[in-house]
Design a protein around this ligand. Structure first.
Ligand SMILES: Cc1cc2nc3c(=O)[nH]c(=O)nc-3n(C[C@H](O)[C@H](O)[C@H](O)COP(=O)(O)OP(=O)(O)OC[C@H]3O[C@@H](n4cnc5c(N)ncnc54)[C@H](O)[C@@H]3O)c2cc1C
Length: 290
């Protein structure tokens, strides 16, 4: 038998969120949730998880929305695809970091299958939408047998591949806050080829008053076991006028703050060297593209 054959599992097809949650509770951690499957059904990932059950979301109606709610922000249902980020005019205008992450994400085929929530729930340090969402700030809405709870994106990833989601909870929605008129954001990633995962990705959200940044959120991927906020570097930026000299200091600070490793996509040394350069570029991009 081919070594690429998927392991055996039973397929669960709930017809409602409450039925899905009841199934997750009943099979106590033996269930893998299947959204678009572009991570889960990759052979080496599902082989590692070896779930007894796979619970697919395809029959859950009403979860494929991507709505901009004025005054509140973006609401993304668990079945909304990455491609939808490119079709919604408010995403490009108000959440450019997320739009830029979606436009460099894999291929049209993958973007039409992959969900945004799946990207966050995979808890990969290379997730592109996840990187943009960490910079923009946001919350994950989880639904379990006892009801719903919101987890801040800053606290959501606890280790490589591990989130705050409990085994009997389904992620039902992502919430990204409304930007202000002073908000600027941008995303950049480096890859070997377009279809590949990032070897480094960076996103920023800046609150600007002319050329001074009053508050910054900086996220970086592929430089640790989870995506990280560069909080020391953010502090250097907060309240400062963005000058060439400051950008150089920020680049040096970012290099000190990260803990990259060697893997099949890049080396720790290279990642450390380019992290500062890419951070500088993403800040310039956020300011210029407004
Ligand atoms: C060829 C290829 C190229 C790729 N390129 C990129 C890229 O450029 N950038 C990038 O970031 N990623 C990339 N990926 C990875 C993948 O496409 C993304 O991570 C995608 O967003 C995952 O979404 P999905 O809906 O397919 O998730 P799935 O594979 O269905 O699930 C991913 C994980 O999330 C869990 N999960 C999903 N939804 C829920 C839910 N509602 N509640 C609880 N748990 C849930 C699943 O159990 C699983 O652990 C690529 C993958 C492939 C195969």
């Amino acid at each position: 038998m081919s070594s690429r054959v998927l392991p055996q599992f039973d397929l669960l097809t709930p017809q409602s969120i409450s039925e899905a949650v009841a199934m997750l509770a009943q099979y106590q951690g033996q269930v893998a949730v299947l959204a678009g499957g572009t991570d889960l059904l990759v052979w080496n990932y599902i082989r590692k998880l070896k779930p007894d059950y796979v619970l697919r979301l395809s029959n859950l109606d009403g979860l494929d929305y991507l709505n901009y709610v004025p005054g509140e922000g973006l609401r993304i249902g668990a079945r909304a695809k990455v491609a939808q980020l490119l079709e919604h005019p408010d995403v490009a205008e108000k959440f450019p970091a997320l739009h830029q992450a979606a436009s460099t994400f894999a291929t049209p085929q993958i973007r039409n299958m992959a969900t945004i929530v799946g990207n966050v729930l995979r808890a990969s340090p290379a997730g592109d939408c996840s990187c943009a969402i960490l910079a923009l700030g946001g919350q994950v809405l989880l639904q379990g047998p006892g009801g719903q709870r919101l987890v801040d994106i800053d606290d959501f990833w606890v280790a490589y591949g591990v989130t705050k989601r409990k085994y009997d909870e389904l992620a039902v929605e992502l919430r990204i806050p409304e930007p202000t008129s002073a908000t600027r954001s941008a995303f950049i990633r480096m890859t070997r080829v377009h279809e590949d995962l990032a070897k480094l990705n960076v996103a920023v959200r800046l609150e600007m008053s002319q050329d001074t940044c009053s508050q910054a959120r900086i996220s970086m991927g592929c430089v640790g076991p989870t995506l990280v906020r560069l909080k020391q570097t953010e502090k250097l930026l907060n309240g400062k006028k963005i000058t060439d000299e400051l950008l150089q200091q920020l680049a040096a600070s970012a290099q000190d703050e990260i803990t990259p490793i060697d893997d099949q996509r890049s080396t720790a040394d290279y990642r450390r060297q380019v992290a500062g350069v890419i951070l500088r570029r993403v800040i310039e991009q956020a300011i210029e593209t407004h």
